[in-house]
Design a protein around this ligand. Structure first.
Ligand SMILES: C[S@@+](CC[C@H](N)C(=O)[O-])C[C@H]1O[C@@H](n2cnc3c(N)ncnc32)[C@H](O)[C@@H]1O
Length: 328
């Protein structure tokens, strides 16, 4: 990124970038899950500052209320850290800020209900102090301060941790447009054992799932589900789909070649959610090259790339969002 300096702040890094540089748009962008332009920094130990919440909220109001942020979100520099003291501090600080920005900042209950292009005041608080700035969720690459998503689990059983991954991917999709609605028909490549399938079905979507391996028996006879147990490369579509999800393991370029082949069966504007598996590849350069190859394949196949991110549920993989437009 060409950063002139970098300081660790809990789970985050405070970096000084060259003027005009944007952390997510440069070549290292895929490695930045969430970012915020820090316009207000108060390095301190909040536990040792008497009246911290009041002082912090007054300073934020003085600095930012004129810019009328839509809402205020406060996250933690050390997510999940300690005894909940910082969690309570973050919540109190948010509450006090909302009182101090009465004309503009709305007490939204759910971060995902924001518009992705409406600027919010994001603050991060923790043992390193308070860091804040105004940005839209799309600029930050997430609706929540810090980018960590705690989504309510969809009803019922869970088959694999991948269910949470597609839930996060759909939440994130809203940064770039309207995700597939109720009743949308998904084509799912590499579905076994079926964590993502179940999550989609629980959301009122229909799924045509393909995998060499069987699905979890709990999915047998599920409403809205068709399953083909075979190699994706031998499967031919006979209908059109509203969205495509691919979580196939193995060679990621071969997986994407199947996405491209089957994208011909997608309706105009259909979403594609693709997990780019990076197992066996090491280092920034190699990962960037792999990502670049997928983007080239996407372009050649007329698929419009919206974003790539490393979600909190991703391990050695990235999630890509694309759309197929028939005019492209
Ligand atoms: C990471 S798992 C998928 C997990 C799944 N998304 C879930 O929610 O439980 C990857 C799957 O891709 C399948 N797969 C990989 N290559 C395939 C191919 N060419 N044809 C069919 N299935 C394939 C594997 O059998 C495996 O079940």
């Amino acid at each position: 990124m060409g950063a002139a300096s970098s300081k660790e702040l809990g789970a985050y890094h405070l970096v000084r970038l060259p003027a005009g540089a944007s952390p997510r748009s440069g070549p290292a962008g895929i490695f930045v899950p969430w970012c915020l332009p820090v316009e207000h920094a108060w390095p301190c130990d909040p536990g040792k500052v008497e009246g911290f919440v009041e002082k912090a909220a007054s300073a934020l109001a003085r600095k930012f209320s004129g810019r009328r942020p839509r809402t205020v979100w406060v996250g933690m520099l050390h997510p999940g850290h300690g005894d909940g003291w910082f969690k309570r501090l973050a919540s109190n600080l948010r509450g006090r800020c909302l009182q101090m920005f009465p004309d503009s900042a709305m007490p939204l209950a759910e971060a995902g209900s924001q518009r992705p292009d409406e600027a919010a005041l994001f603050c991060m608080v923790g043992a390193g102090g308070l860091y804040a700035g105004i940005a839209s969720p799309r600029e930050c690459n997430g609706f929540y301060a810090g980018g960590i998503v705690h989504l309510p689990k969809s009803a019922g059983k869970s088959i694999s941790r991948a269910g949470a991954k597609i839930a996060e991917a759909l939440h994130h999709a809203a940064l770039h447009g309207e995700p597939p609605g109720m009743g949308a028909h998904w084509l799912e490549l590499g579905a076994s054992p079926g964590g993502m399938t179940l999550e989609l079905l629980n959301r009122g979507q229909r799924v045509t799932a393909i995998d060499r391996a069987p699905l979890d028996p709990r999915l047998a006879g599920a409403d809205g589900l068709s399953f083909f147990q075979r190699d994706v490369s031998t499967w031919r579509a006979e209908e059109k789909f509203d969205a495509l999800l691919c979580d196939m393991n193995g060679d990621p370029l071969e997986a994407f070649a199947q996405v491209r082949r089957l994208s011909l069966y997608l309706r105009d504007g259909a979403w594609i959610v693709f997990t780019l598996k990076t197992t066996g590849r090491e280092g920034m350069r190699e990962l960037q090259d792999l990502h670049q190859k997928v983007l080239e394949q996407a372009k050649a196949g007329g698929l419009h790339h919206l974003a790539t991110s490393h979600l909190s549920g991703n391990r050695r993989e990235f999630t890509l969002w694309l759309r197929r437009h028939h005019s492209s």
